[in-house]
Design a protein around this ligand. Structure first.
Ligand code: FAD
Ligand code: NAI
Length: 463
């Protein structure tokens, strides 16, 4: 046995690296296995961080192109240096992943470089060495879901990984899947000059989002120039000299047609990744979708082996993985780690942003919960007007009897930041009255949240 640890975490994404840091903070001798050249997992290397870098750059370009004039600012000879934009994206990633290496050193977490395999109970093998582990945490994340007939080469048919690294703005980008990745990356390339068509199987985009918000989102993105082909499926993709020819069919079946693309982005979801881990061989039970099965305390079917993040059930979000990482480290250390799944925000970082927490109206109706709705549009918010960003609204759903906040949905400027106070409201069990009676700075976008809370009882002041 090479060395013994209290905890070995397999995977250094937001779930794994945070778990390792928390375990080390709690005095446990901890190692984290990562096979990538850098720490940070999908999120820091090929997900959240690079996509937000490009969203930021492309939004600035869009503003200079289309919004500055409104403010009386003229920009003559605006140019796009995509190579520099991409280099900046890479720099942002490098700074972030190096930051995790620093945190590992600071907290005395050992990085075992290589592919980790569960060799037996309490044993992890990395590069031919076997390490002892009183506890093993599986945090191996997820990968892009493939689609039959659409063969990814990461050049012309790309997943988000290739879609973040294009060295040329495509003439026509066809996105398969109108979910978070498709709309974020679709927005990036549209802003930089591509024609973008989103092919979506369902009759609406962003499934699972509050429908009223989803419909507004679709309309706003449409106004920005994104084209939607709803209720449509892609059955084949053929690469030729001059791009890719896709075969489309109505989702319900029917006559096929073709659509030409320079680049195709496949973004129909992600699936749990546990390849080569030896989990199943070690007796760790997986569910029907290949996710590691856990109980409420992240324990798998094998004592001493836990799992967290994208590889288990639940929303595939970095902050959800992080919360689970902290919780499982605390559980292993004998504390009462816990995650409140009612208070996990979800944000789409387009412009406007879409942010939500808790229940949607559709979910409340389905559960038969009586609720009240308070809504406030950004057109009536002074700060949004000053910014010239008045698209969207705040919507708060409160229990009809107790007034407790059950859900909140925001589409509008900086919605991803605004949602935080409503996540806190749900976490603290606040009522809409509590939010309505809290003083909010003027003039701020947050006032729209207060006004939506006032609107729950029909007493918004500025509309
Ligand atoms: P991962 O981040 O996938 O990390 C798992 C790590 O385990 C990987 O580094 C992998 O190399 C390693 N690994 C796997 N198997 C082994 C093995 N056997 N041995 C050693 N190492 C192994 N979420 C958000 O909340 N906000 C966003 O804005 C956001 N944007 C995204 C944008 C894109 C384009 C994508 C693809 C995802 C985005 N996500 C976002 C989702 C987010 O990236 C994931 O939810 C998050 O990374 C999950 O963390 P994790 O730790 O479970 O797994
Ligand atoms: P997604 O689940 O968000 O969206 C997939 C979309 O594809 C859905 O609208 C679905 O109906 C559609 N679809 C499925 N099969 C299809 C088919 N055959 N043809 C056409 N459409 C089809 O998945 P996405 O966008 O790939 O992202 C994966 C995950 O990554 C997200 O669920 C999210 O958890 C995470 N992510 C989070 C981000 C954030 O928090 N801002 C950003 C990017 C990704």
């Amino acid at each position: 046995m090479a060395e013994n640890y209290d905890v070995i975490v397999i995977g250094a994404g937001p779930g794994g690296y945070v778990c390792a840091i928390r375990a080390a903070q709690l005095g446990l001798k901890t190692a984290c296995v990562e096979m990538r050249e850098t720490l940070g997992g999908t999120c820091l290397n090929i997900g959240c961080i690079p996509s937000k870098a490009l969203l930021q750059s492309s939004e600035l370009f869009e503003e200079a192109n289309h919004k500055f004039a409104d403010h009386g600012i003229g920009v003559a000879g605006l140019t796009l240096d995509l190579a520099r934009m991409q280099a900046r994206r890479a720099e942002v990633v490098t700074a972030n992943v190096k930051g995790i290496e620093f945190l590992f050193r600071k907290n005395k977490v050992t990085w075992l470089k290589g592919r980790g395999r569960i060799a037996g109970p309490g044993q992890v093998e990395v590069n031919g060495e076997t390490y002892g582990a009183k506890n093993i945490v599986i945090a191996t994340g997820s990968e892009s879901t493939p689609l039959r007939g659409v063969e990814v080469d990461e050049k012309r048919i790309v997943t988000s990984t290739g879609g973040l690294e294009l060295d040329k703005v495509p003439g026509h980008l066809v996105v398969i899947g109108g979910g978070v990745i498709g709309l974020e990356l679709g927005s990036v390339w549209r802003r930089l000059g591509a024609e973008v068509t989103v092919v979506e199987f369902l009759d609406h985009i962003v499934p699972g989002t509050d429908r009223e918000v989803g419909k507004t989102f679709e309309r706003i993105l449409g106004k920005q120039g994104l084209k939607f082909r709803l209720k449509t499926k892609v059955t084949a993709a053929e690469k030729g000299e001059d791009g890719v020819t896709l075969t489309l069919e109505p989702a319900a079946g029917g006559e096929a047609e073709t659509l030409k693309a320079d680049v195709v982005l496949l973004s129909i979801g992600r699936r749990a990744f546990a390849d080569g881990l030896g989990a199943a061989e070690a007796g760790v039970a997986l569910d029907e979708r290949g996710r590691v099965k856990t109980d409420a305390h992240y324990a798998t079917s094998v004592p001493g082996i836990y799992a967290i993040g994208d590889v288990i059930a639940g929303p595939m979000l970095a902050h959800k993985a992080e919360e689970e990482g902290v919780a499982v480290a605390e559980i292993i250390a004998g504390q009462a780690g816990h995650v409140n799944y009612d208070a996990i925000p979800a944000v789409v970082y387009t412009w406007p942003e879409v942010a939500s927490v808790g229940q949607t109206e559709e979910q409340l109706k389905e559960k038969g919960v009586a609720y009240k709705v308070g809504k406030f549009p950004f057109t009536a918010n002074g700060r949004a007007r000053a910014m010239g960003d008045t698209d969207g609204f705040v919507k708060i759903l409160a229990d009809a009897k107790t007034d407790r906040v059950l859900g909140a949905h925001i589409i509008g400027p900086d919605a991803g930041t605004l949602i935080a106070e409503l996540v806190m409201a749900i976490e603290f069990g606040a009522s809409s009255e509590d939010v309505a009676r809290t003083c909010h700075a003027h003039p701020s976008l947050n006032e729209a949240v207060k006004e939506a809370a006032l609107a729950v009882e029909g007493r918004a002041l500025h509309i």
